[in-house]
Design a protein around this ligand. Structure first.
Ligand code: GDP
Length: 534
């Protein structure tokens, strides 16, 4: 038991969110570098030329191995076991981000010092905020000109509505910072010139604030400015509050530069000190604590074709309680049967490995013969409970999707069905059109691009996408429980009547106004913007 407790306390499981290009990949790589999991930065392929998440995704696609490792990474540092979960940068994948956030205990928001809070960070942040987990901020690219640190603090407060607590403070003049002041240790870290282009750990010296050497090194003006800044943030700044940090109302804020390794170690160390170890999860049987002896976990992500040669499919689980052991028997709640967990995989830097055991907070990839769905619970022993459901994001864009070549229909159906099980898109059938075409619903436009790309690359099917004018989907039920059919729904022709993949009737309409008409003319109708529970 002591063993389980020690393992739990060692673990830190978190996700990094950012607007594309803010430096998420670079920071992740530097954390690996400092953690000793890689030796030279740059080993995770540079993704410089990519403009948005689809191209990120496609690039990743070309380098399968990397897609695996960059979605879940595990490494050890200073006695901690760290699990980093990657999230897509683009808002069109907010749902993916949300699912990933379900599996973590805290999040890191990376922000470009020159750009401040960008549109997509704001959207992703909102998703993050719904989880009420601690959020840490890393202000990146301090090696270049950027906004003033105080302005960035204000921006976080104004735009995101949370308070920021600077953990360190840059020393010097914008664009030419010499180092950072560590507010907790009350000491200064001055960085040597970076002569490895960020490939190696940056050399630095550490001086106490009262060290006479400090004034010499900084020069009178900069030294005095630093003292003034420290006074200012101490007096005018927010007070530290553990409770507020724990539920994401106060964000510990760090300044640094991932590329030039400026402030990265400081960030990592403080982060590990402050970030929570694995937390309890709510289930149908109450709270499940990590130290509960019996194993439990939930599926938060499914990915097909991790290895294109084998067309395998992995279900990623987050362990919530107890110890995981290879080949253990567990009960799969949603499938209502016992299964054996063979071939569990974990991700250590660039390698996938078969593992023998794992603990709460860890992410394990299970070989999935098509039995798992997102949000599914597995538990050990006599336990029978389900973890809280994953929210479904209502689709807002719709298109008719069909295979260009009708001879490829079988492949098309297989591909689109598998990608739907992954949660990449939502799928509907229009009664009467057979399975020649589907109506696909997404939260954002880029999901269609990904669908097209993956069907071509993984299933060798070219598709035709015809956008539909709808923006709203509603699942329909009659109050008396009778089945909704197009013929007993007044105004069914004002939108498109479809069924979801479980055969539940759904109406797609152009806008809320059109929906109003349907509501007014069918007083016995119940409408849901996500599938009603069965
Ligand atoms: P992501 O899209 O958020 O994963 O961003 P990347 O890590 O791919 O970085 C985007 C670009 O910013 C790349 O060209 C990086 O080299 C660059 N970059 C990342 N961190 C820094 C930094 O600290 N300073 C500067 N000047 N550039 C950086």
């Amino acid at each position: 038991m002591g063993d389980l407790q020690t393992e739990i306390q060692k673990r830190r499981t978190f996700a990094i969110i950012s607007h594309p290009d803010a430096g998420k990949t670079t920071l992740t790589e530097k954390l690996l570098l400092y953690g000793g999991a890689i030796h030279l930065a740059g080993s995770i392929k540079s993704r410089k030329t990519q403009r948005h998440a689809v191209s990120d995704w496609m690039e990743i696609e070309k380098q399968r191995g990397i897609s695996v490792t960059s979605s879940v990474l595990q490494f050890d540092y200073a006695g901690c076991r760290i699990n980093i979960l990657d999230t897509p940068g683009h808002q069109d994948f907010s749902e993916d981000t949300y699912r990933t956030l379900m599996a973590v205990d805290s999040a890191v928001m990376v922000m470009d010092a020159a750009k401040g809070i960008e549109a997509q960070t704001k959207k992703l942040f909102k998703v993050c905020k719904q989880r009420n987990i601690p959020i840490f901020t890393f202000v990146n690219k301090l090696d270049r000109y950027g906004k003033a640190p105080l302005d960035l603090m204000t921006e976080i407060e104004d735009v995101l509505g949370i308070r920021a607590y600077p953990m360190n403070w840059p020393i010097g003049i914008d664009g030419q910072y010499h180092g950072v002041y560590n507010r907790i240790k009350k000491q200064v870290e001055l960085f040597a010139a970076d002569d490895s282009h960020g490939q190696k750990e940056r050399e630095s010296i550490i001086l106490a604030m009262d060290d006479p050497e400090l004034k010499n090194k900084l020069g009178e003006d900069i030294y005095q400015n630093l003292l003034d800044d420290i006074d200012l943030i101490n007096e005018a700044g927010e007070e530290w509050d553990d409770g507020k940090v724990a539920n994401g109302e106060l964000t510990p804020m760090f300044f640094g530069s991932a590329m030039t390794n400026f402030g990265v170690r400081n960030f990592l160390e403080e982060y590990l000190r402050l970030a929570p170890a694995p937390q309890a999860h709510i289930s149908t049987e109450g709270e499940i604590k990590p130290e509960d002896k019996e194993f439990s976990a939930f599926v938060f992500k499914i990915q097909a074709n991790m290895n294109p040669a084998h067309h395998d499919r992995l279900a990623f689980i987050r362990i919530c309680s107890g110890k995981f052991e290879r080949n253990m028997q567990v009960f799969h709640m949603q499938g209502n049967k016992n299964i054996k967990l063979s071939q569990p995989q974990q991700f250590l830097a660039q390698d996938r490995q078969i593992i023998d055991d794992a603990y709460p907070g860890d992410i394990v990839g299970l070989f999935d013969p098509g039995i798992f769905g997102i949000g599914d619970t597995i538990c050990e022993g006599k336990n029978r409970f389900k973890f809280a459901d994953f929210p479904v994001f209502p689709p807002e864009r719709f298109a008719r999707v069909e295979a260009k070549d009708t001879m490829k229909r079988k492949q098309f159906i297989k591909g689109i069905t598998q990608l739907t099980q992954e949660g990449a898109v939502q799928l509907f059938e229009q009664p009467g059109t057979g399975m020649e075409s589907y109506i696909v619903g997404t939260v954002g436009q880029l999901q269609f691009d990904v669908l097209e790309y993956r069907l071509k690359n993984e299933y060798n099917v070219d598709i035709v996408i015809t956008m539909q004018p709808f923006e709203v989907a509603r699942w329909l039920e009659f109050k008396n429980g009778s089945m909704v059919k197009p013929e007993n729904l007044r105004g069914a022709d004002r939108g498109m009547f479809v069924n979801d993949m479980k055969g539940r009737p759904v109406l797609l309409v152009n806008n809320e106004w059109a929906l109003g008409w349907i509501v007014d003319n069918n007083p016995d109708l119940l409408l849901h913007n996500v599938p009603p529970d069965k």
